[in-house]
Design a protein. Structure first.
Length: 101
């Protein structure tokens, strides 16, 4: 079964050009993100992603405003995938979260 899902993921990613690496590059370039961690939660189809994004551009923004900023940057990519869940942090918030406080 894994071979089928791996092949499906590769085919989907080849047709859309969307991979965790391409999503990360775009976020790093367009949001000056200092940390991006993209997880493929799709079980192999390459269509459901969760992301941790750390950017100074999130400072003084609400969670909704941060998500809108990210979704605007990835508008074309999000339209081509099934599900997208961003978790957005400023560098200071990320340091506190990593430190457990």
């Amino acid at each position: 079964m894994a071979a089928n899902t791996d092949a499906a993921a590769e085919q989907t990613q080849a047709s859309t050009g969307i991979t965790p690496a391409t999503l990360s590059r775009t976020l790093e370039q367009k949001l000056s993100a200092s940390h991006v961690d993209i997880s493929d939660l799709s079980g192999g189809c390459g269509q459901m992603f969760e992301a941790i994004i750390v950017s100074p551009q999130f400072a003084s923004k609400t969670t909704l405003a941060r998500h809108r900023l990210v979704n605007g940057v990835l508008k074309e990519e999000i339209a081509a995938i099934h599900a997208w869940t961003p978790k957005c942090f400023t560098p200071e918030e990320w340091e506190r979260k990593k430190g457990g406080g």
